[in-house]
Design a protein around this ligand. Sequence first.
Ligand code: IPE
Ligand code: IPE
Ligand code: MG
Length: 255
Amino acid sequence: MAPASFGGSRLPSHVAIIMDGNGRWAEMRGRDRAFGHLRGARIAKQTIETCAGLGLDQLTLYAFSTENWKRPRAEVSFLMLLLGRHMRKERLNLVRNNIRFSVIGDVSRLPAPVLEEVEKTMAATSACTGMSLTFALSYGGRQEIANAAKALALDVAAGRMSADDITEEALSSKLQTSHMPDPDLIIRTSGEFRLSNFMLWQAAYSELYVTETMWPDFEKAELLKAFEHFAKRERRFGCTKAQLEAGTTADEVTP
Ligand code: IPE
Ligand code: IPE
Ligand code: MG
């Protein structure tokens, strides 16, 4: 399938977004943080529909980190409530838009009724063949890598593989993202230049785009701006520009 494009520009096939700034957006307006999260959920819905409409392959949204469990109980409860509600309300829309939904992260920590809504949405969309939408929920990149290392160690201990078989591919295959390509583009809103434990392994060669815009203000035009920036980037993957132009980047040379 030819890569999707808009206005003639090349689109990333996997976009991952660190949706940040809900709390500050609300506080700047003299409102409580929950107000920002509510508006943030609306922007998430809008973003999902825009990306699906543009024909993107994969969209991953960082919705709740492992570290976010440390937030005040009331905020965590509200975010969980919102997630459960979003799952229930959007299920049919996702199916209508042919979007397949899945999650990464330690979802066993989610409250049981919320997890149930998440699982129902995954089941309802399992036959969809359009964009793959992944929510990173209770997700931490370090935890994911540590779990992958543990799974490899168990395979070695059980004699299913030897330590010499531990390659980048073997480790990747034990990550929760094993079924998806690495993100081409990682967007972070709210002006913070950090990954906050998001896709640490998978981000090795992702293009990063940081905008000062807070997530609740990240309207469609902002998303398209990020895609325009991406289209202008030159991804060299360690090679030289000349090699890329000549299309001779396949072999590794030893001096
Ligand atoms: C992002 O907004 C949403 C989550 C992390 C769940 P924040 O809640 O982090 O908002 P700020 O960064 O405090 O403004
Ligand atoms: C990252 O945002 C996590 C999500 C967007 C879900 P945070 O607000 O938790 O990140 P820090 O604390 O500013 O690094
Ligand atoms: Mg934040």
